[in-house]
Write a protein that binds this ligand. Structure first.
Ligand code: ATR
Length: 280
């Protein structure tokens, strides 16, 4: 008996702008795997029923994107990461049970490891802008790597303060007004807000006071180089962008569904970068 052809999807609303089908399609071709990956646009109302019948739809697993990541957590058996972050973005069927994880954590960490190998040996402190779902994944990754001082700067301070309850005393909550003073000597700055995204206001922060050899990351990937990242490059800092994170977060899902651990290469980056630049 031959095994069924593995198929996976990204579930979102909207889903048609997702780059994931191109990304996983590239790897399926590259590794000669007879499988498929497609986008499924599913409303919030229909999401629970869809996820509960993934195998009837022919899927061995799925990525989950906006606005379903919290619901995906509720409807599955999450691992420690998904539980800690409070959101799941990768689902797979394991002997009929729906399991989940949050690969945004390793996507973020992988992008930093590539941008600045050994960064976590050089600092125990970070400055994170934003306290939403993406912020929680970034913060959990920083804690996993042993950082002990994470300043979380958010427009709504109460949301940053709530993260101290969730993640412990490493979290130092602050409002946007504290940003200029927190930039003094900062070694790692991560933007997890939508500021700088195509159609949103840009993030205006003076990077001059940052430490030498600082690292700056931005989860935004349209445009690929936000003003923040252009400024960081002008200061000679190492940078990671949202596409780097997207590529690294995709690795484990592909491995779980299709059985081979794929590589994030320059060629893959360039292909998706061209696609983003053409569509932005
Ligand atoms: P995600 O799950 O992608 O992180 P989110 O949960 O909506 O999305 O979080 C968006 C983050 O961007 C929040 O930290 C938000 O700040 P608030 O908590 O105060 O809403 C931040 N953000 C969005 N627009 C912003 C703006 N114009 N100025 C400052 N922060 C902004």
């Amino acid at each position: 008996m031959t095994a069924p052809r593995p198929e996976a999807c990204v579930i979102g609303y909207p889903a048609k702008h997702s780059r994931s089908p191109k990304l996983h399609g590239y790897w399926l071709d590259q590794y000669g795997i007879d499988g498929a990956y497609r986008a499924e646009e599913i409303s919030t109302e229909d999401f629970p029923a869809f996820v509960k019948s993934l195998s009837e739809h022919g899927y061995v697993g799925a990525n989950v994107t906006m606005p379903h990541k919290e619901a995906a957590l509720e409807l599955s058996e999450p691992d420690e990461r998904a539980l800690a972050v409070g959101a799941a973005n990768t689902l797979w069927l394991d002997a009929g049970r729906l399991k989940s994880t949050n690969t945004d954590v390793e996507g973020f960490l992988g992008s930093l490891d590539t941008a600045s190998p050994g960064w976590d040996q050089r600092t125990n402190s970070a400055l994170v802008l934003g306290a939403g779902g993406a912020g929680r994944a970034v913060i959990f990754g920083l804690i996993e790597r042993g950082l002990t001082e994470i300043h979380v700067v958010n427009r709504t301070v109460a949301k940053a303060a709530a993260l101290r309850e969730r993640f412990g005393n490493a979290i130092e909550p602050a409002g946007l007004d504290a940003l200029p003073s927190l930039m003094e000597g900062a070694t790692l700055l991560v933007n997890t807000t939508s500021l700088g995204m195509h159609g949103e206001p840009s993030l205006d922060v003076d990077l001059t006071p940052m430490a030498a050899r600082a690292v700056v990351a931005d989860i935004v990937y349209v445009p690929l180089k936000t003003k923040l990242l252009r400024d960081a490059e002008a200061h000679g800092f190492a940078t990671a962008n949202g596409l780097d994170m997207l590529l690294h977060q995709a690795v484990r899902g592909f491995e779980l569904w299709f059985g081979s651990r794929p590589e994030v290469t320059r060629e893959l980056y360039e292909m998706l970068a061209a696609d983003i630049e053409a569509g932005a």
